[in-house]
Ligand binder design. Structure first.
Ligand code: NAD
Length: 360
């Protein structure tokens, strides 16, 4: 089998700091994986290159997966989309048709008090949000401003096609099957025609997964249940806009955005699974960039997801996840979650604790 190859795109702000930590962990467990680093985002623009330079795209084309840091810097905020660092991510998602966004949300033992909910509600929390990423109201046409009878108006369109719903439903059912076998499909079928199609297709796919328990929940109710009984969820699947909102709501349950990884899949197969882009859910955190204090957990856990889904290496994926769990159980904390009485570790020191736990 050819040597696995990944493209590493560190990007801006804390991106390079946390990506370095994640690559160190990866190289420890899989020294055979070839990591090709490429420039992206504001780091590229600063060199008078486009946000996603051709050479970086080529590195991604030739890889089994992309490990992405983060992009975005305040100095580009007012620029048109094509000149902003975030455009790189837009291009990658569009061109590789990364239709499935997977966000695991876990509360590590010892971190319950960092949550904005009561500790007993989030203890042991372990759910996954599967969001459709390339369809729905964010991408459907027409999308424009109009003057109608002299009145300024705007229109967005929401379209879903049966195959789009079917493929995301399969991703979610497969995930649920490998976990606690419970799937919650979120829609707004009492109002939206797209949701009625969504529910019909999800029910049809469900017949192929009799071992997975399926429930349908309306999006407004799902938003409430996520803060009322978060631990009752296993896998949640939903369309693009609902997923955007619910996945952020789920993320804050953990107390630190720096602990949450994500994966986005397309249809391209790799020898070990499928091509994907793996990244922390947070941004470039310019307020702490360069200080060496960013929490690298999300990037390290992104590597675990990369191993599991793109390289088919469950053993090392689980090994990294257990090492992170143990690091927290032993009291390792970075600055944003350090409490009175715990030492705030630097990015490098925290990574060293995780690395040491790999060998146990
Ligand atoms: P952010 O996620 O970068 O930061 C929000 C807060 O969380 C900050 O206080 C930050 O210090 C903290 N934080 C984030 N990650 C952390 C970590 N690993 N360890 C410790 N603390 C952490 O969100 P923002 O400030 O709204 O955005 C900053 C820039 O990032 C913007 O330019 C935005 O467009 C961009 N952005 C990029 C992505 C991406 O690359 N996928 C995602 C979101 C935002």
């Amino acid at each position: 089998m050819p040597k696995p190859k990944i493209a590493v795109l560190p990007g801006d702000g804390i991106g390079p700091e946390v990506t370095r930590a994640a690559v160190a962990v990866l190289q420890r467990v899989r020294p055979d994986v070839e990591c090709v680093e490429a420039i992206v985002g504001g780091a590229a623009i600063a060199k008078k290159l486009p946000p996603l330079p051709e050479a970086s795209r080529l590195a991604c084309d030739r890889s089994d997966a992309i490990l992405f840091g983060s992009v975005g810097l305040p100095r580009y905020d007012g620029k048109p989309l094509q000149e902003r660092p975030e455009y790189a991510l837009f291009l990658l998602r569009r061109d590789y048709e990364l239709f499935a966004n997977i966000r695991p949300v876990r509360v590590f033992a010892g971190l319950e008090d960092a949550s904005s909910l009561k500790a007993e509600l989030v203890r042991g929390l372990d759910l996954v949000v599967v969001r459709e990423l390339t369809g729905g109201i964010y991408f459907s046409e027409p999308k424009e401003r109009r003057i109608v009878n002299g009145i300024e108006s705007a229109v967005d369109t929401m379209i879903y096609r049966a195959p789009e719903v079917e493929r995301i439903a399969r991703v979610a059912f497969d995930l649920a099957r490998a976990r606690r076998k419970r799937l919650t499909s979120v829609d707004k079928q009492n109002i939206l025609e797209t949701s009625r199609l969504w529910r019909r297709i999800v029910n049809r796919v469900a017949t192929e997964y009799p071992d997975v328990e399926l429930e349908h929940v309306l999006v407004d109710n799902a938003a409430m249940q996520l803060v009322r009984r978060p631990s009752s969820f296993d896998v949640i699947v939903t369309e693009n806009m609902f997923g955007d909102i619910l996945s952020d709501e789920a993320a804050i349950l953990t107390g630190s955005i720096g602990t949450l990884p994500s994966a986005s899949f397309g249809t391209r197969a790799t020898p070990g699974g499928r091509f994907g882009l793996y990244e922390p859910i947070s941004g470039s955190a310019p307020d702490i960039a360069g200080k060496g204090i960013a929490n690298p957990t999300a990037a390290i856990l992104s590597v675990a997801m990369l191993l599991r889904y793109s390289l088919g290496d469950e053993t090392n994926a689980a090994r990294i996840e257990r090492a992170v769990e143990r690091a927290y159980a032993h009291g390792a904390r970075t600055a944003e979650i350090a409490t009175n009485g715990s030492v705030a570790l630097s990015t490098v020191a925290f990574t060293d604790v995780v690395t040491a736990q790999l060998e146990i």
